[in-house]
Design a binder for this molecule. Structure first.
Ligand SMILES: [Zn+2]
Length: 800
C-alpha cells in the first residue's frame, strides 16, 4: 500500500469513463478556491494525529464544496508578520534518525510560507469552528479574489494527482469514516515538501519530498510511522481479499495482451461503494462487472515522468452498481488490454508487466486458473501444470493450473527450446530462446527499453526486477540449457532437503532480456545472459550470471513463494534469505572460498564512500527497505538489502553453528510457510536456535546493531599470555573503532593449542568477546601456552 501513497502526487489523470464517480473525480481535478470563504486569521491550529500545523498569522481560503463540503484549503502567510509552522515528532529513534538524515534534525519543525491542504475528514469543520475564537479574524473576499488567481493553477495541479484517492474516501463515506489528509508545503527556506495522513496505510503518517538527482526522480521518505492515538477511534485500513482468479487471455501477433479476469472479492466492511485495484500502467481496463452487473470504474492514463518505468503499477477504482455486502464473496469481472510485451528483436520478447498484468492488490495467496491463446508459432508459459494444450487454426491454446495457492502469477512468451529434468519429485522445465536478443550481440543494434537499475521489493512489488548487474558477451542461447536444467534441478533438490518442499512441484525457468532475474511461484525469469556460454568475462560477472542469479531466483520458491514478508520493513528478509541460500548452495558446490569471496565483495560495497563521505552502509538500517533507494544514495537499497542482508544471516550462522542454523531455516518455513514473517518474528525464532547459555540470548543487541542500526566496526585484538602455577592465562582486549559509542560488536577469538603428547591436534578454543571503544578485558584459562591466537578467522563479524 505504501507505493499508492507516494505515487499519489506523481501523475495527472484523464477520465476514461462516465458516471457519478467520474463526475466526482473531474470536479476534484477542476476544483477552484472560493473567494467567499477567504478569511484573515490568527492562531488557528490544524492537528491530524501527530501532525501539527500552527496557522499563526495569515489568510485561509477554502475550495468550492465537492459533494457538499470543501476538500481543499490554502493557508498563506502573505501578510505583515505572517507566520505558520508545521511540527512532526517521530515516535522512535529509527524514524528520528531517518528524518535527520534528510533534514538535519530529528524532529520536523518548519516554518512555512504557504500550504495546500487536501482532506476528506473533519478538517473544514474544525477550522471553521476556531474562526470566531479571535475577534480580529474576518472574512475578506477581495483578498480571496487575488488568491484565486494566484493559487488556482497550483491547486489543480495537485488535485490532478489526488482525485482518485479523495474520490475513494468520499464515495465510501457512508460505509467508512473518511479521514485522508495531505499537505503540499512551501517552506520558508524555499524547500517544498509533503506531509500525509492515510488511514489505508499500516503506517498512516508520512513526510517526504520529491527530489530530482542525476536525471532520476525520487520520493524521499523522510519518516513514516503509525499514529499514536487510540486505534479504536481510527479508521481501519481498507482490507480487501481477492481469491480464485480465473483469467482468459489472448496475445495477438502484434503482442497486445487482451484478457478477461474473474476474481472473487470479499471485504469486512458493509456497504462499500468504491474499491481500489492495482494494474500495470501499460494495461487499460475497458469494462468491469460486479455480480453480473456493469460497474463504473475510474482509470488513470498517466503522463509518464522520469523515474517511472514500464511495469510499475497504477491504481484504479471500481464502483459496483450495488454496494458490497460484508463477508460475502462478490464476483468481479474485468476486461483489460495493453502492450505488456516488448519485441526485443529476432523472436525474443520482454514481458514488462510480470506480476501485475491482471487487476490485483499486491501478493495474496490464492488459486489461479490461467488460459492463454497466442500465435501457434510461439510458446507461452505460466506457473503450474498444463491441463490443456491444443492448436486451433493459427492459434495455440494453453491452460495451466498451479497445484497449490500462489501469491502472484507471471507469464512469459517466446520461441523456446526446452530442457527438462525431474529430481526428487520436482520437475524443472528450462525454456531457452532459439535466438539471441539483439541487445546481447557483440554490437547491439537497438537496446530494448530495459528497466532502470535499482528494482525493488522482489516478490512484493509485482513487476519490479529483482537482482541485476553488468554486461557480458557471446552468443549461443542454447549453450547452457541442458546444464541449467540439471543445475536448477540440483538446487531444488538441495534446498528441498534443507527447507522442505518448494511452493509448487513444477518450476518453469524462462529467459528475459536484461540484466536481472525475478522468481515468482513456479516461474523464474532469468536474464538471457545467464543462458549464454562465457568467454573472457571477469570473475564476479561470470559468477553472477552463471550461478548466483539462478540459485537466488530458485531460492525464492521458498523465500517469497512459501513464506512472505509482513511489510516493506521486512522485505529484506526474503532477499537476504534467498541470497544466502544461494551462497550456501555455491559453498557446497564450489567451496567455502566462493562464499568468502562474495561476502568480501559485499563488504567492500558497503564500505564504499557516498558523496557525503560516509560509507553506503550509513545510509540507513536494512529495515528501511525500499526507502533506502533515495536521492541521498540510490545504491544503498541494493547494497544493504542483498549485501548486508547476507552478512546478517552469515553472522547468525557463525553464532549458531551450521547444524542449528540449517534447523532454523527449516523452522522458518515450518512456522511461517504460506504466511508472513516480520523482522521481530524472525529475531524471536533465531534466538531459539542459539547455543545454550549464549550471550545476548534474545538477540536484541545483535538486531539493534545490525538490523535496526548502522555501522561497521574496525576491531583490534591485543593479548598477553601469562604462566601461573603450571597453568596459562590468556588476557586480552578487543577494541572497536569507526562506530558510535553505543555499538556493541561481539567477535570470536580463536585459540589454537599445540599438539598433545599423543601428537593429536586439539580443536581450537573459541571465545566470544564483547568489543567496545574502551578496551574491555577478557581472560581464558589454558592448559598450555597457545600456538596461535586469532581474531575472527572465519568471517563471523562484518568489520572493516
Ligand atoms: Zn531476490
Amino acid at each position: 500500500m505504501t507505493r499508492r501513497l507516494f505515487g499519489a502526487l506523481l501523475a495527472a489523470c484523464l477520465p476514461l469513463a462516465a458516471g457519478p464517480a467520474a463526475d466526482l473525480a473531474r470536479a476534484i481535478r477542476e476544483n477552484t478556491l472560493d473567494r467567499e470563504t477567504c478569511y484573515r486569521v490568527r492562531d488557528l491550529t490544524l492537528f491530524k494525529e501527530d501532525i501539527r500545523f500552527y496557522l499563526t498569522d495569515g489568510y485561509l481560503i477554502f475550495s468550492k464544496p465537492i459533494a457538499g463540503r470543501p476538500v481543499a484549503a490554502l493557508f498563506t502567510t502573505e501578510v505583515e508578520n505572517g507566520n505558520a509552522e508545521v511540527i512532526l515528532r517521530p515516535p522512535n529513534m529509527a524514524e528520528r534518525r531517518s528524518l535527520a538524515s534528510y533534514t538535519g534534525s530529528p524532529n520536523l519543525d518548519e516554518s512555512f510560507q504557504a500550504a495546500l491542504f487536501f482532506f476528506t475528514g473533519d478538517v473544514y469543520q474544525s477550522l471553521m469552528e476556531q474562526i470566531p475564537n479571535n475577534p480580529t479574524n474576518r472574512r475578506m473576499p477581495e483578498i480571496g479574489a487575488l488568491l484565486e488567481e494566484k493559487w488556482n493553477p497550483v491547486l489543480r495541479n495537485f488535485s490532478g494527482g489526488l482525485d482518485l484517492r479523495l474520490s475513494l474516501d468520499i464515495l465510501n463515506g457512508p460505509a467508512r469514516r473518511p479521514d485522508f489528509f495531505a499537505a503540499a508545503i512551501q517552506g520558508s527556506k524555499g524547500n517544498n515538501f509533503n506531509v500525509f495522513f492515510d488511514p489505508d496505510n499500516a503506517d498512516q503518517i508520512a513526510a517526504g519530498q520529491f527530489v530530482a538527482r542525476n536525471g532520476r526522480n525520487f520520493f524521499d521518505v523522510w519518516t513514516l510511522f503509525g499514529a499514536r492515538s487510540s486505534p479504536a477511534a481510527a479508521t481501519k485500513p481498507l482490507r480487501i481479499d481477492l481469491s480464485d482468479y480465473r483469467i482468459s487471455a489472448t496475445v495477438d501477433p502484434g503482442l497486445t495482451l487482451t484478457a478477461v479476469t474473474k476474481v472473487k472479492v470479499k471485504t469486512a466492511i458493509e456497504g462499500l461503494r468504491a474499491l481500489p485495484f492495482d494494474i500495470a500502467r501499460e494495461i487499460a481496463v475497458s469494462e468491469v462487472t460486479v455480480d453480473g452487473m456493469p460497474a463504473e470504474f475510474l482509470l488513470r492514463e498517466e503522463a509518464v515522468r522520469g523515474g517511472i518505468t514500464r511495469g510499475e503499477s497504477s491504481f484504479f477504482l471500481v464502483m459496483p452498481a450495488v454496494p458490497l455486502r460484508a463477508g460475502v464473496e462478490h464476483e468481479f469481472e474485468f476486461h483489460h488490454a495493453g502492450k505488456a510485451i516488448v519485441d526485443a528483436g529476432d523472436r525474443v520478447f520482454y514481458v514488462t508487466a510480470r506480476g501485475n498484468w491482471y487487476p490485483n492488490l499486491g501478493p495474496q495467496l490464492t488459486t489461479f486458473d490461467l488460459t492463454f491463446r497466442y500465435p501457434r508459432s510461439l510458446e507461452l508459459v505460466t506457473p503450474g501444470e498444463v491441463v490443456e494444450d491444443r492448436m486451433e487454426g493459427e492459434w495455440r491454446i494453453t491452460r495451466r493450473r498451479p497445484a497449490a495457492p500462489i501469491r502472484m502469477a507471471g507469464f512469459n512468451l517466446g520461441d523456446y527450446a526446452h530442457a527438462r529434468v525431474s529430481r526428487g519429485g520436482f520437475t524443472v522445465d528450462v525454456c531457452a530462446n532459439r535466438s539471441v536478443d539483439p541487445a546481447l550481440r557483440p554490437r547491439p543494434a537497438l537496446p530494448v527499453p530495459l528497466p532502470q537499475t535499482g528494482g525493488r521489493r522482489g516478490m512484493r512489488g509485482g513487476a519490479q526486477p529483482d537482482m541485476m548487474t553488468p554486461t557480458t558477451p557471446t552468443v549461443d542461447p542454447l549453450a547452457r540449457m541442458e546444464r541449467l536444467a540439471s543445475d536448477i534441478g540440483g538446487m531444488l533438490e538441495f534446498m528441498a532437503s534443507k527447507f522442505g518442499p518448494p511452493a509448487l512441484p513444477y518450476l518453469t525457468v524462462s529467459p528475459i532480456p536484461g540484466n536481472f532475474g525475478q522468481g515468482y511461484p513456479g516461474l523464474i525469469y532469468l536474464s538471457t545472459r545467464s543462458y549464454l556460454g562465457y568467454s573472457g568475462a571477469s570473475r564476479p560477472q561470470e559468477m553472477f550470471f552463471d550461478e548466483l542469479l539462478e540459485v537466488h531466483e530458485t531460492a525464492h520458491q521458498w523465500w517469497g513463494a512459501q513464506v512472505s514478508s509482513a511489510s516493506y520493513r521486512d522485505d529484506w528478509l526474503m532477499e537476504a534469505l534467498a541470497n544466502y541460500s544461494a551462497l550456501l548452495y555455491l559453498e557446497k558446490t564450489k567451496g567455502v572460498r566462493t562464499l568468502d569471496a562474495t561476502l568480501e565483495e559485499y563488504r567492500a560495497e558497503l564500505l564504499t564512500r557516498s558523496d557525503s563521505g560516509e560509507p553506503i552502509d550509513a545510509a540507513g538500517p536494512i529495515v528501511l527497505g525500499s526507502r533506502l533507494e533515495s536521492s541521498l544514495e540510490p545504491r544503498a537499497w541494493r547494497a544493504i538489502t542483498y549485501g548486508k542482508g547476507s552478512w546478517i544471516l552469515h553472522m547468525l550462522r557463525r553464532r549458531m553453528g551450521d547444524e542449528r542454523f540449517f534447523s532454523m531455516l527449516a523452522e522458518i518455513i515450518k512456522r511461517y510457510g504460506r504466511g508472513e514473517i516480520s523482522t521481530e518474528n524472525f529475531r524471536a525464532l533465531a534466538a531459539e536456535f542459539l547455543p545454550p547459555r549464549s550471550d545476548d540470548p534474545k538477540l536484541e543487541t545483535f538486531f539493534d546493531q545490525w538490523v535496526y542500526g548502522t555501522g561497521i566496526p574496525a576491531l583490534k585484538l591485543s593479548y598477553a599470555v601469562k604462566a601461573k602455577a603450571g597453568r596459562w592465562v590468556l588476557e586480552g582486549t578487543v577494541t572497536q573503532s569507526d562506530v558510535s559509542k553505543d555499538f556493541e560488536a561481539m567477535a570470536p577469538v580463536e585459540i589454537q593449542l599445540p599438539r598433545g603428547r599423543d601428537g593429536a591436534q586439539p580443536r581450537p578454543i573459541t571465545k566470544w568477546v564483547h568489543a567496545s571503544d574502551e578496551p574491555e578485558a577478557f581472560t581464558v584459562d589454558l592448559p598450555q601456552a597457545p600456538l596461535k591466537v586469532t581474531l575472527d578467522p572465519h568471517n563471523a563479524v562484518l568489520r572493516r
